[in-house]
Write a protein that binds this ligand. Structure first.
Ligand code: NAD
Length: 267
């Protein structure tokens, strides 16, 4: 077998939420760029379909393996990261799994159980991924590593449509990523937060459904007049995972079509 080629050649990566919109597109691009990937997701069924898609679309892929992981359980995350020791050790982790619950609302309406569920997945899940990535990078004597955590533009700008538990969770992801970037910089471990704008993925689109008014409230904010595509996030993740971004650290890496910089009106 010839040596893998590509911008991520030889890198071993864990991708969480790998069966969903951003995670699957990232898995495809990582495989194309020569990475070995462990695709981790809570849904075994979706994962099976996702792995089949990656291996079909990228015939000359390296390792592509699925693992059912609930990121809110530390032992699951630890197992996923340690699994890569047999491959030579983790180089990259994309802590991307996240939920936005239908019952998430404003300060008055959000049930405590939904707050806790959201934070257990969106915040603790990211913490566990970061923690076990650092342990693995040290254990395998790596001098560089890239950790990418999915936050959101709602960590940067106030959302007019309330989803308080989600917003607070993404603010936490942004803050913890920044601190870890500073703490581990001298070890060569980089931490960046990806901040996607609303996208064409099931997470948001299922929730919006056919409600045109609800849709317009969001698309009006885009200078481009459209939602982003998951693959447009995935391209940014490839850059952050690769050595091309070796001096990008602690960034709130915003991929939003200019949304957070715009002043746009409906008419
Ligand atoms: P998605 O719903 O398409 O995919 C999320 C994936 O995470 C799913 O495959 C799901 O099974 C998995 N998942 C859920 N809970 C899990 C758990 N406990 N453990 C492991 N896996 C779990 O969503 P997406 O749009 O691809 O979202 C990916 C990330 O991007 C999320 O963190 C989300 O908050 C963030 N984000 C999305 C948007 C958007 O508009 N889609 C915007 C900003 C940020």
């Amino acid at each position: 077998m010839s040596a893998p080629r590509g911008r991520l050649a030889g890198k071993n990566a864990v991708i969480t939420g790998a069966a969903g919109g951003i995670g699957l597109e990232t898995s495809i691009l990582f495989a194309k760029e020569g990475a070995n990937i462990l695709m981790a997701d809570i849904s075994a069924e979706a994962l099976e379909r996702a792995v089949a898609k990656v291996t079909q679309l990228v015939p000359n892929h390296g390792r592509v393996e699925p693992m059912v992981v609930d990121v809110s359980k530390e032992s699951d995350v630890q197992h996923a990261v340690e699994y890569l020791d047999a491959w030579g050790g983790l180089d990259v982790i994309f802590n991307n799994a996240g939920i936005m619950h239908a019952q998430d609302g404003d300060a008055l309406s959000t049930p405590e159980a939904i707050w806790d569920l959201t934070h257990n997945i969106n915040v603790k899940g990211v913490w566990y991924g970061c923690k076990h990535a650092v342990l693995a990078l040290r254990r395998n004597k790596k001098t560089k590593g890239s950790i990418i955590n999915t936050a959101s533009v709602v960590a940067l700008v106030g959302s007019a449509t309330p989803q308080l538990a989600y917003t607070a969770s993404k603010g936490a992801v942004l803050a913890l990523t920044r601190e870890l970037a500073i703490v581990h910089a001298r070890e060569g471990f980089r931490f960046n937060a990806l901040c996607p704008a609303p996208l064409n993925t099931p997470l948001l689109q299922d929730w919006l459904g056919d409600d045109q008014a609800k849709r317009l409230r969001r698309t009006v904010h885009f200078p481009t007049g459209r939602f982003g595509e998951a693959v447009e996030q995935a391209h940014a993740v490839v850059f952050l995972a690769s050595d091309e971004s070796s001096f990008v650290n602690g960034a709130d890496f915003v991929v939003d079509g200019g949304m957070t910089k715009a002043y746009v009106t409906a008419e």
